[in-house]
Design a binder for this molecule. Structure first.
Ligand SMILES: Cc1cc2nc3c(=O)[nH]c(=O)nc-3n(C[C@H](O)[C@H](O)[C@H](O)COP(=O)(O)OP(=O)(O)OC[C@H]3O[C@@H](n4cnc5c(N)ncnc54)[C@H](O)[C@@H]3O)c2cc1C
Ligand code: FES
Length: 527
């Protein structure tokens, strides 16, 4: 089964056209995900003229893949955050994520956005075999950071005893696409302009920033905000300090009203995250239980089917009332080495260029924090979170993690020395892609359902790693810094901004079975 995203099945977006002329504005935001649109909306509320340039559609990036747990119970755990950043910083982390939830709630109310926003509790429990002392320690440090949390006997999951768990109050959830579409309309009501299908190629800072699109249109602005999930304008300063991971979600049908509406996390390795979605079909007598996890480093995942099945088995053991599982999808998150997003002035760049990246699986709140913080910076106001999220920060206590993850990235360059994924182009089944080796060249070859093969260079146009095929989402992904390209090599997400170099298709005889059905000619061979 291919992927089937529950949010896409239950929302609709107003069509928006591309940029067709040069323009000027106070601020140009690149990327219409939660980080970019929140920043654009909050700046427009301050009276700034703002233009948003988006490669595809509003919320067409990772924001449509989220499960939209809105939380200040940090994925990276307060124990680690306090150790790495210090006590004062841990308080600011709790404060900023709590403020992000409140800001979303206010926007939903102010703009009357029907997106099923709801305050719920969140429950963190241990997997079997893990010491309870870890939970006690997290409880103490989270409380010290100012979070409202308590230890209770078990999470409200009927028929499955989680053992003692932490209950975080004041968490929330919403329908991410309904929220984003409402936010886009609210921004436009304030005079903001959004141009879709407008990929940006270059961003130049200075007294007047210049944003240049792939079609050579130029937007000049006093400030540019690069909110492309992974910054397209930053060669190394940030990309070497965050690591791309794939994460998976299933949506299971459960009888209505049987599962408690709440957020659930376990602290396993890999860990799991769960929530209920009750609005998929208001006329049905069922809800959808979203269960996510099975994270693995991008480029090292070749067993998507097994991961979806493991998620389902884990969920059925805890919620045996699950019926069928019609939804499943995966997406990418960036894990910063010190657990916090990078939001602020782009390091090593000219003035007036800002970035937001490093979502760490909490990008809905990190993206909203970006909106609040960048609005303050651009408006010349002080913000207490500036140093915490400064993209230029270096925390020496994470040097070991940094070296480990850099070694992981370096290992991906060694792929140049290995053979291809398959023995030759004929070994690629319809609807799939594979990397082939031809002499010193690596080739990304895709065979469509009719048997036609298209080929492009497998060399990522960002910094030269070899891309790999993502079977369940049908695109090429780069293991080094997470760039993605569609089946034909067109860039879908940065940091790359240039498509994979196209190559001539192999002769027809190599792409299809010969008419007699006996022999297939191979033009590309393994080494
Ligand atoms: C499966 C999954 C579950 C998750 N669950 C949660 C959760 O429960 N809670 C939570 O807080 N977070 C969660 N996250 C993380 C969160 O969804 C993301 O971090 C967040 O949505 C990222 O928002 P963004 O605005 O930074 O990026 P995006 O939403 O990716 O937006 C970036 C936009 O920039 C555009 N763009 C890229 N390049 C260019 C270019 N060159 N020119 C113009 N536009 C460009 C893209 O098309 C895209 O629309 C989850 C993520 C995944 C994958
Ligand atoms: S994303 Fe950096 S090398 Fe591919």
């Amino acid at each position: 089964m291919r992927t089937n995203n529950v949010w896409l099945a239950t929302s609709a977006e107003a069509p928006r056209g591309p940029l067709t002329m040069d323009l000027r504005a106070d601020v140009c935001v690149i990327g219409a995900g939660v980080a970019g649109l929140t920043t654009a909306y909050l700046l427009a509320r301050e009276g700034r003229s703002v233009i948003v340039l988006e490669r595809g559609a509003v919320a067409g990036g990772e924001t449509r893949n989220t499960t939209a747990h809105l939380s200040n119970a940090m994925d990276d755990r307060f124990v680690r955050l306090e150790r790495v950043h210090g006590r004062g910083a841990a308080r600011l982390v709790a404060e900023s994520h709590g403020a992000a939830i409140t800001r979303i709630e206010e926007i939903v109310a102010d703009e009357d956005i029907a997106c099923d926003f709801d305050r719920v509790d969140g429950y963190l429990f241990q997997p079997p075999g893990r010491p309870m002392s870890e939970l006690s320690e997290e409880l103490a440090v989270a409380r010290r950071a100012g979070v409202f949390v308590e230890m209770i006997a078990r999470a409200p999951i009927d028929g499955f005893d989680t053992g003692a768990c932490l209950r975080f109050t004041g968490q929330a959830q919403l329908h991410p696409l309904k929220y984003m579409h409402g936010l886009a309309l609210a921004f436009e009501r304030l005079g903001g302009r959004i141009f879709c299908d407008t990929p940006v190629k270059e961003v130049h800072g200075g007294n007047e920033a210049e944003v240049i699109t792939r079609d050579a249109r130029v937007v000049r602005a006093r400030a540019a905000v690069v909110a492309t999930n992974s910054p397209i304008n930053n060669r190394l300063a940030v990309h070497t300090r965050q690591v791309p991971y794939r994460t998976f979600v299933i949506g299971a049908i459960v009888p209505r009203g049987v599962v408690t509406k709440a957020l659930f996390w376990d602290d396993g390795d890999p860990y799991h995250f769960v929530r209920l979605e009750a609005t998929v079909d208001p006329t049905a007598d069922t809800d959808v239980l979203l269960v996510g996890g099975e994270d693995a480093r991008t480029g090292e995942v070749h067993d998507d089917e097994a991961r979806y099945l493991r998620l389902e088995a884990w969920a059925r053991a805890r919620w045996p009332m699950i019926r069928d599982v019609p939804y499943r999808w995966s997406g990418q998150v960036y894990e910063p080495v010190d657990g916090l997003a990078f939001i602020g002035k782009n390091p090593l760049d000219a003035d007036n260029v800002y970035i937001a990246t490093g979502d760490s699986g909490q990008g809905m709140t990190h993206g909203t924090i970006a909106g609040i913080l960048l609005t303050d910076l651009i408006c010349g106001r002080k913000n207490p979170w500036t140093r915490l999220y400064d993209p230029a920060r270096v925390r020496l206590s994470v040097a070991r993690d940094y070296v480990r993850d850099s070694v992981g990235t370096a290992a991906h360059y060694a792929v140049w020395l290995t053979p291809g994924d398959v023995s030759g182009v004929d070994a690629i089944p319809p609807g799939e892609g594979a990397v082939l080796r031809q002499g010193l060249q690596k080739i990304a070859a895709y065979r469509d359902e009719n048997g036609n093969v298209s080929m492009c260079s497998a060399t990522c146009t960002h910094l030269g790693c070899v891309v790999g095929w993502n079977q369940s989402e049908s695109f090429w992904e780069c293991p080094c810094h997470g760039s993605r390209f569609d089946r034909f090599g067109k860039v879908v997400n940065g940091p790359a901004t240039v498509d994979l170099a196209p190559l001539p298709a192999p002769p027809a005889a190599a792409t299809k079975k010969l008419p007699d059905g006996t022999k297939k000619k191979k033009v590309l061979e393994p080494v």
